[in-house]
Design a protein around this ligand. Structure first.
Ligand SMILES: Cc1cc2nc3c(=O)[nH]c(=O)nc-3n(C[C@H](O)[C@H](O)[C@H](O)COP(=O)(O)O)c2cc1C
Length: 175
């Protein structure tokens, strides 16, 4: 059986540049996931000094831009998704289906086909008090999204919602 593919999507919440590699990407790779990592444009700027370390956790390219129509898809179709951290901005866009960058586009497609998706929101009190925030969370939860509070919980929830033993052969997952 080929390794299951996890789309790991990160947006620009404070601290992501400090913990994404060591607390999430590496533990997930160690757990056996083949990581298809996509960053929002802002997260890519913040994580620039750590990009070599992030790239070392996967054989697939780390993405933050869209491909040209003439280029092949750099990532295979993921078996599951982790969106961590999720800013209030990107979480709202996911709930509304606004795929205006590659990271949210990937998530919107995954949500559309109801692939397993664990989301770790990281928002301030003011951001969560925005009148639309609760509605966005409700949309995601009603679509089956699982919420996690910290990177360790993301790893645990993925184990729970997509037990490795249930993985089908990832046959048409190219490249
Ligand atoms: C230092 C810093 C920390 C931030 N922390 C957060 C945060 O924890 N949560 C959040 O929703 N936005 C936070 N923001 C604001 C987002 O970075 C901003 O809304 C950005 O447009 C989000 O882009 P993205 O969702 O495309 O990654 C922070 C901004 C800065 C400069």
């Amino acid at each position: 059986m080929s390794r299951p593919v996890l789309a790991l999507v990160a947006s620009a919440a404070g601290g992501v540049e400090r913990w994404l590699v060591d607390e999430l990407a590496r533990p997930l790779a160690d757990r056996g996931w083949r990581l298809a990592i996509t960053l929002t444009p802002t997260a890519a700027r913040w994580l620039e000094p750590r990009l070599p370390d992030l790239a070392a956790t996967t054989d697939l390219p780390v993405r933050w831009t869209s491909r040209l129509p003439t280029e092949p898809k750099p990532h295979p179709v993921p078996d599951a998704f982790a969106f961590a951290p999720a800013t209030s901005n990107s979480l709202a866009k996911l709930a509304l289906g606004l795929g205006d960058n590659q990271a949210i586009t990937a998530l919107c497609e995954g949500l559309g086909r109801r692939a397993p998706l664990v989301v770790m929101p990281r928002v301030s009190a003011d951001q969560s008090a925005h009148p639309a925030f609760g509605g966005h969370l409700d949309v995601l939860i009603s679509a089956g999204v699982v919420l996690a509070t910290d990177p360790g919980a993301v790893v645990r929830e993925l184990d729970r919602v997509v037990p490795f033993g249930l993985f089908r052969k990832n046959g048409d997952n190219t490249p």
